[in-house]
Design a binder for this molecule. Structure first.
Ligand code: SF4
Ligand code: SF4
Length: 414
């Protein structure tokens, strides 16, 4: 039952008409009753509004904004259930299940239950609740298995779950996890059909590359936002090459990225805290992440219905409202950077697909044998550029498109 319908059936108005969280707790019998599907309330997306992206080569669609539960322990049990239920009824279909304690687990499970079949659970492998009930990392295989099985017991299993090796940032930790059989365990879970996708979470480009080189990775969770991606150089800010290369490599290998820290812990939402000196909206943060290759979803950690509502900002925003170049342009030091193939620079009067031109050129430079063929199949090439310059002011990354078109035409022969 949709939440609005449910409330109507109960003779109660909308949330804004005065239903407090304590009332919601009571309606749910503090979790004793049947789970109630709340569906969309005002300002939450209606059916069909959510945008989905595909995990490459799988047909698996993932909502571009998804739910992180790491801060839900700050809410009451009733609100937790309401948040999870509303998020999933409003089109989110991926939940990342790492949180600091297992305290809210039963309330989360109640919100999840009506949607379980259609939900991609991002379960972490190599995290367990210690004796104090606090979530901790482990590389011990027995503890890993028992913690994973406990997650399945609490939340059930779905058709499209992800088994994600948890939080590996250091080389010795990576070696330890693999030597202790954690990746093999994930492979066996996939072979048995318990999970459908193998993943990992990390903040380290180096570790991401090591995992991707195994050829086993379907999905990974990575900290991605403009504050992390740009670096200072004597000439100003530039996109860090190794990070841009990682996103391109993931795309090339068919691994999808689910993003953590897309608001940089909220700092990007405040002019005072943002390193760029200007606030972004949640919609702009999400658009920034989605502009990179391989990114399928931004996991938004929420602890209240207001925060959940804010996380849907991208869905309600117009294309204009999603544009974020003001933050980069606001820093006088920002200079020409690398193309991320987002195509914000279009339209081009001679119909060059600028993002594709630069993408195939970069792939060819990096030794991709098929890139020249793909480039040749484009209907317009860099050599068709009439140097009008219309595109350059529209590029958030200040790519010197006219100059680069000349370079591409020369290198690619057309
Ligand atoms: S400068 Fe070249 S690529 Fe840019 S809009 Fe003009 S013709 Fe198209
Ligand atoms: S040139 Fe700029 S706007 Fe155009 S695809 Fe590349 S990064 Fe995006």
């Amino acid at each position: 039952m949709k939440r609005r319908t449910f409330l109507k059936a109960m003779g109660i108005g909308a949330v804004g008409a005065g239903l407090g969280l304590a009332d919601y707790d009571a309606l749910l019998g503090q979790g004793q009753g049947t789970p109630v599907s709340t569906a969309a309330v005002d300002n939450f997306p209606e059916a069909g509004q959510m945008v989905y992206r595909e995990i490459p080569h799988t047909g698996q669609k993932v909502s571009v904004v998804s739910l992180g539960i790491g801060s839900l322990h700050e809410a009451s049990d009733g609100e937790i259930t309401q948040i999870v239920d509303t998020a999933l009824a409003s089109g989110m279909n991926l939940v990342d299940f790492i949180m600091p304690t297992m305290g809210p687990a039963e309330a989360i499970a109640r919100g999840l239950k009506p949607h379980r079949k259609d939900t991609i659970a991002q379960f972490h492998i190599g995290a367990y609740a210690n004796l104090a009930g606090v979530t901790d990392r482990t590389r011990d295989l027995a503890k890993t298995k028992s913690a994973f099985e406990e997650q399945l017991r609490i939340y059930g299993s779905g058709d499209s779950d992800i088994g994600m090796l948890h939080y590996i940032d250091q080389d010795d930790d990576y070696d330890n996890a693999l030597n202790n059989g954690l990746l093999d365990y994930a492979v066996r879970l996939k072979e048995a059909g318990t999970i459908r996708y193998i993943g990992f979470s990390s903040h380290s480009v180096n570790i991401c590359n090591r995992f991707l080189d195994t050829g086993l990775i379907d999905v990974f969770m990575f900290s991605l936002n403009p504050a992390y991606d740009f670096e200072s150089t004597p000439d100003g800010l530039r996109v860090t090459e190794e990070r841009a290369a990682l996103y391109a490599k993931a795309q090339k290998l068919g691994a999808a990225i689910t993003v953590m820290k897309c608001y940089n812990g909220g700092k990007l939402l405040s002019a005072g805290d943002s390193p760029f000196g200007k606030a972004m909206t949640t919609a702009q943060c999400v658009q920034y992440c989605l502009d990179w290759p391989a990114v399928v979803s931004c996991v938004a950690g929420v602890k209240s219905m207001d925060e959940l509502q804010a996380s849907f900002g991208y869905i309600h925003a117009t294309e204009e409202e999603r544009r974020y170049e003001h933050i980069l342009g606001s820093a006088a030091a920002v200079t020409a950077g690398s193309c991320i193939y987002c195509n914000h620079c279009l339209p081009c009067p001679v119909s060059i697909n600028i993002g594709d031109v630069f993408k195939y050129y970069d792939l060819a430079k990096n030794g991709d044998g098929l890139a020249k063929e793909h480039y040749a199949s484009l209907s317009r090439h860099a050599s068709d550029c009439i140097k009008c310059g219309d595109c350059e002011p529209r590029c958030p990354f200040h790519v010197k498109i006219v100059d680069e078109m000349g370079e591409v035409a020369e290198a690619m022969g057309r």
